[in-house]
Structure formats: structure tokens, C-alpha cells
Design a protein around this ligand. Structure first.
Ligand SMILES: NC(=O)c1ccc[n+]([C@@H]2O[C@H](COP(=O)([O-])OP(=O)(O)OC[C@H]3O[C@@H](n4cnc5c(N)ncnc54)[C@H](O)[C@@H]3O)[C@@H](O)[C@H]2O)c1
Length: 314
């Protein structure tokens, strides 16, 4: 495969690039990334001298640059990780979320059609379904009901990408994953922030009473799911991805305390996020039964690797 990986200097994209380079000796990857505050070339250190990898600094919204890159590189596959990804920032201002997460996706999709790219994979999120109010999990057929500007922009991108399958016959797939954890995540996100604050002697802030529930998927398991869908998923297919590993935010903070050897009195509660979804609950039956994917990393192991990585790198 000749892949374009957009947003590959961010958390999940960088892990995905390393995953693919390690496993597929014939695959070549170009990473296009704007290097916003969330992108960091340090995450791609292991790839930088690989002759099958190259990096281009640029914006997926820049039509001219994207067209030139597609014409030059003749990709057969595009995997789009590029996004504004932090809900709190989208609550303060949504414009950049619409720009990158929706308009940027349209630029990539148009380039795929124009240059005859065979595959487009969109990285989405369980947040597009909105919060779960019952114990019946969302399936891929559940209606989208996003609660915040971030998830609304991701839902729009999903619909846009899938419309290119219906309209242009572009082989599009979408994965909707739960929360990821692991190395390379920006410290604005819950787990890295709690770990960093633990080591810096600061308080561990939790929204509300800490009872919000998330499913936590180790990042490499997400990369494996994306890879599985990319190579074997059905055209036009949507696949939920989860770890079946739900925890409250308070559970996570307590685990950080125990792994870093600090007292739980360091946990503090701060005013809740506006429109904070209580829980997302998705079914991953489809990807398990259709494609045989399942997560490989148990939470204890993945969490210890994560804590060690932040201890050694920040
Ligand atoms: N982190 C999670 O738990 C999670 C869960 C489900 C889905 N997702 C989705 O996975 C994808 C990747 O998330 P992440 O956590 O790695 O995000 P991230 O914020 O760590 O990384 C995003 C990357 O995209 C780049 N980028 C941003 N705007 C760009 C633009 N206009 N042009 C080119 N590059 C740009 C950034 O520089 C950064 O390297 C996103 O689409 C996100 O919605 C994330």
C-alpha cells in the first residue's frame, strides 16, 4: 500500500504509523500534518530514518498543497486522523473544528475522487452517538446525536465521507472508537494530565463528581482495529471499536494515584464541563464477528506502560 496518513504526528496517528511500518515491509507512508499544538515530530522519531516513510508539514484544508501531494505521490489509500480533538476547546470556539474536521475532510475526499485513490478511511469517535441513557449499546445503525461542537463536527465528517461512497463509489470506511489511552497523547487529555500532575506535585482535577464513565481502549489495539478495517472492511462500512473496559473518571484518578504512589487527597473536583456526556456505550459485535478483531491489551498492562512513558518523556 502507498498510504497518506493525515494527522500522523498526533497521538493515535503516530502510533498507527509505527504500527504499519513495523508490520508491513512493503507499505510506504507519507504523513501530512499541520503540527498544531497536539502534533509532535518526537512521536515519529522511530520512523524518521525509515526509507518507506516521509513527512510533509501542511494543512489538510490547503487544497493546492493537497492536490500537489496527491499528484506527486499517487497514493492508493488515505487514512484521516487529522482533527481538532479536544471537546473543551470546541466549547470555547467551534470554528477550527468545522474547518479541519469537516472542510478538511471534504478537501481530502475530493482529492481522492480526482486522483483515483482506491481507499479512504475516516477515524471517528463513539461520541457521535451522544450519551447513553440506557444499557442498550449503540450499534453502527443507531442515530447520531452529538452533544458538543467536537462530536457534531465528527458526525458531519462521517456523513460526508459516507456520501462519497454513495455518490462517487469511493471505497470509504469509518471506525468509531471509544477513548484511547497510551503513549504520545497531549497532556490536555484526562489520563496524561492526571499522570503529569501527579509527578508535578499538582492536584488531579476531575469534572463534576468524577462519575462520568468512559470505555478505555489501548491505542495499539485501536491501531490494529483501523488496520483490520482498512485491509478487510466492507466498502461503505462503519465499525464501532471498544475495549469493553468501562471506568469512571474517579476510578482512573485513583489508579493514577496508586501507580504513581501519591495519596488520593490530591484528587480535586472542579465545576463540570458544559453538556458533559455521562457515558458512551457502544457495541463492537460487528468488528469482532465480521473481521475477527478484538483488543489484546489488558488495562493493567496498558496503564502501566502509559504511566512509565509519561514518567520518562515529560
Ligand atoms: N484520542 C481519543 O481518545 C480518540 C477517540 C476516538 C476517536 N478519536 C479521533 O482520532 C483522531 C486522532 O485523534 P488524536 O487523539 O490522535 O488527536 P490529536 O489531537 O492527538 O492529533 C491530531 C493531529 O492532527 C493534526 N492536525 C490538526 N489539524 C490539522 C490540519 N488542519 N491539517 C493537518 N493536520 C492537522 C495535529 O497537528 C495532530 O498531529 C481524531 O480524528 C479524533 O477525533 C480520538
Amino acid at each position: 500500500m502507498k498510504l497518506l496518513v493525515t494527522g500522523g504526528a498526533g497521538f493515535i496517528g503516530s502510533n498507527f504509523i509505527l504500527y504499519v511500518l513495523d508490520r508491513y515491509p512493503c507499505d510506504r507512508i507519507v504523513c501530512l500534518d499541520k503540527l498544531t499544538y497536539a502534533g509532535n515530530l518526537f512521536y515519529l522519531e522511530k520512523a524518521k530514518n525509515n526509507p518507506r516513510f516521509s513527512f510533509v508539514k501542511g494543512d489538510i484544508c490547503d487544497k493546492t498543497l493537497v492536490k500537489q501531494l496527491f499528484a506527486k505521490e499517487k497514493f492508493d489509500t488515505v487514512v484521516n486522523f487529522a482533527a481538532q480533538s479536544h471537546v473543551d476547546r470546541s466549547i470555547i470556539s467551534s470554528a477550527e473544528f468545522i474547518n479541519t474536521n469537516v472542510y478538511g475532510v471534504s478537501v481530502l475526499l475530493d482529492a481522492c475522487v480526482e486522483h483515483g485513490v482506491a481507499r479512504f478511511h475516516q477515524i471517528s469517535t463513539d461520541e457521535v452517538y451522544g450519551q447513553s441513557l440506557t444499557d442498550i449499546p449503540f450499534t453502527e445503525a443507531s442515530p447520531l446525536n452529538p452533544s458538543n461542537p467536537y462530536s457534531a463536527s465528527k458526525a458531519a465528517a462521517d456523513m460526508l465521507a459516507l456520501s462519497y461512497y454513495k455518490t462517487h463509489g469511493l471505497n470509504v470506511t469509518v471506525t468509531r472508537s471509544t477513548n484511547n489511552y497510551g503513549p504520545h497523547q497531549h497532556t490536555e487529555k484526562l489520563i496524561p494530565r492526571l499522570i503529569a500532575n501527579a509527578y508535578l506535585g499538582k492536584r488531579l482535577p476531575l469534572y463534576g463528581d468524577g462519575s462520568n464513565i468512559r470505555d478505555w481502549l489501548y491505542v495499539t489495539d485501536h491501531c490494529a482495529a483501523v488496520d483490520t478495517v482498512l485491509r478487510n472492511g466492507k466498502a461503505g462500512g462503519i465499525y464501532n471499536v471498544c475495549a469493553r473496559n468501562e471506568r469512571t473518571n474517579l476510578d482512573i484518578a485513583r489508579l493514577v494515584c496508586s501507580k504513581t504512589g501519591i495519596g488520593e487527597e490530591r484528587i480535586s473536583f472542579v465545576p463540570d464541563r458544559k453538556g458533559h456526556d455521562k457515558r458512551y456505550f457502544v457495541s463492537d459485535e460487528k468488528i469482532r464477528s465480521e473481521l475477527g478483531w478484538q483488543p489484546q491489551t489488558d488495562f493493567e498492562t496498558g496503564f502501566s506502560i502509559t504511566v512509565d512513558w509519561y514518567k520518562n518523556n515529560f
